[in-house]
Design a protein around this ligand. Structure first.
Ligand code: 9MR
Length: 548
């Protein structure tokens, strides 16, 4: 029996799926003691999944609107984990997923009073990062050092990549801009929780300050990443002492940086008293990065080519985007909305009819849509119907999905980090709700929240520490190396990935089941900041909108 292991909102739709052949036609919701029956329902027709040999029958218990702890039982098929029906179904996920970023912080110790069991000494001070040969120029020779402290580790590895920070920060700042009143009262017990700035922004600022160090003061260009030459072993951060480098500047890094800093400048303006000068610094940094990109419009980061020319060879994550139209659109949109300058509007208009898909680290155009729509900008007029028709297509496809989720629009949803697709589809549906006021979009956003928390072919809730069957061995260095059984909480695993690029041993290898909870599996069981961010957005949006 597959269902959202975190639980359900009292008045929202509630669906579980029974997988495999079952003779029974009825299902029962029992009190958590496993005895008293509180609801009886009929199982739906058997459906064959398009993405595996799994068959499902739906158990719809939406009509049960009683608060409490329950389990679902199907004679012959067994019982579900116990789950909660109540008024804060997404609350634990919302707080934990945001707190997840605190655990990813580089260069500072995580103290027990904030980190609990997972407290640890600081790692990667990054106070003297080497200019890699690929980054040397007339201003800074190879081997010169810069400080690039702080920021979040990208994922299960300990490197820090501007491109991936781009979409992550854009998504988190969008969450704040869409729900500022909500975030005012969200506390995650981080060192900054006592200050007058919302915790979400405090967390974002931790990474923002690092991003600012990645911009060259000489020419405004932005180094692509701060990295080891090769990945650290599965060791704790403080044990990792390999040299760190900043590598070549790139157009994608400059534009993502410009977008984030322009957006941050706009958001942080309201906190001038608490953060004097930061908004201005961001705005200046954004303008300089943009100018650099205008002068260097096509500098790709191609690690293989770079390694033919420069030593040491770099083998960490590449984030090597080659198509910049979407980065131009996003950076221009953020800069235009923040500064109202004509030069940025012209670029927005040039790219406004480019095709735009679900956000990924290499495809950020949708973030421009979200910003322009939020501002009710004149330029946004044609974007509204595009977002709504995408949302409508999602809903239509969900009707045929064996799990009844929007996730699973096509096999492509199950790629590396596919769980972020589920969360990003959820965001798009939330946006469609914000544009129309039509609640059906929230109901379908919930199907993907359910997906991530257990309503899927694997039976896992993919968020560490939330639910009953959750990843215990994520490809995440601290979780593996810390000697604590439970992994660092609040982190979203990548999820089923039909590519299985890690070549680990998988028990199940079909499109929607190719997920393995083993340390080895970086292609299905790693965590990453760009996957957690849409989960933060989705879970907080559901909580912020629950009264609706
Ligand atoms: O999320 C990235 C995925 O889209 C790529 O296919 C994959 C291979 O290049 O890399 C993923 O990102 C990883 C990054 O390169 C290094 N840190 C961990 C990231 C998540 O696995």
């Amino acid at each position: 029996v597959r269902l959202n292991q975190a639980g359900f909102y009292t008045s929202a739709p509630k669906t579980a799926l029974v997988t495999g052949r079952v003779a029974a036609t009825a299902f029962y919701v029992l009190a958590a003691n496993g005895k008293d029956t509180v609801f009886t329902g009929q199982l739906g027709e058997e459906k064959q999944s398009a993405y595996s040999s799994t068959t499902t029958r739906a158990a719809d218990f939406s009509a049960l609107q009683k608060k409490g702890r329950f389990m679902l039982a199907v004679p012959g098929a067994g019982r579900s984990y116990t789950f909660e029906i109540g008024d804060n179904a997404a609350a634990q996920t919302a707080i934990a997923s945001l707190k997840g970023y605190y655990y990813q912080r580089a260069s500072m110790p995580l103290e027990e009073r904030y980190a609990g069991t997972w407290h640890r000494p600081a790692g990667h001070p990054d106070t003297a990062v080497l200019i890699h040969a690929s980054a040397a120029d007339g201003h800074r020779p190879e081997g010169a050092v810069i400080a690039a402290s702080g920021g979040w580790y990208d994922a299960g590895d300990y490197n820090k990549y501007i491109v991936n920070s781009g979409i992550t920060m854009g998504t988190l700042l969008a969450a704040y801009e869409d729900f500022p009143a909500w975030f005012k009262n969200v506390r995650t017990n981080i060192p900054e929780s006592g200050n007058a700035v919302p915790d979400l922004l405090d967390e974002v600022i931790y990474n923002l300050r690092w991003m600012l160090t990645m911009q060259s003061p000489d020419d405004g260009g932005v180094y692509h990443k701060c990295t080891n030459a090769t990945f650290d072993k599965m060791i704790m951060p403080a044990m990792a002492t390999a040299p760190r480098y900043v590598v070549q500047k790139s157009t994608a890094a400059a534009l993502d940086f410009a977008a984030v800093t322009a957006q941050a400048a706009r958001v942080l303006r309201a906190f001038e008293k608490e953060l004097p000068g930061l908004a201005d610094s961001c705005r200046r940094a954004a303008g300089k990065a943009w100018e650099w990109a205008v002068q260097h419009p096509a500098v790709t980061y191609e690690q293989d080519r770079l390694n033919e020319q420069f030593k040491p060879a770099i083998s960490t994550g590449a984030y090597g985007d080659r198509h910049f139209a979407d980065e131009w659109l996003w950076a221009a949109a953020e800069l235009y909305v923040t500064t109202r300058q004509e030069q940025y509007r012209a670029v927005v208009e040039r790219h406004l009819n480019d095709s735009v898909g679900l956000p990924t680290w290499s495809n950020v155009g949708m973030l421009a849509y979200y910003t322009l729509l939020r501002q009710g900008n004149r330029l946004a007029a044609p974007l509204k119907s595009r977002v709504i028709s995408m949302a409508d297509r999602y809903i239509e496809k969900a009707q045929n999905n064996a799990f009844g989720t929007v996730m699973g629009q096509s096999a492509r949803d199950f790629n590396w980090g596919g769980n972020a697709n589920a969360a990003n589809q959820g965001i798009l549906l939330v946006r469609a709700y914000l544009l129309t006021g039509n609640k059906k979009y929230i109901d379908y956003a919930l199907t993907n929240f359910d997906y991530l928390l257990g309503r899927n072919a694997t039976g896992y809730s993919f968020v560490t520490g939330v639910g009953s069957k959750t990843p215990m061995f994520p490809h995440h260095r601290p979780s593996i190396a810390d000697g604590i059984a439970a992994p660092v909480p609040g982190l979203l695993a990548g999820g089923p990935n039909k590519g299985m690029q890690d070549k680990c041993v998988y028990a199940f290898t079909e499109t929607e089941t190719a997920y393995e909870d083993v340390e080895c599996s970086y292609a299905s069981n790693e965590i990453a900041i760009n996957w957690n961010a849409p989960l933060v957005y989705l879970a907080h949006a559901l909580e912020a909108l629950k009264e609706k």
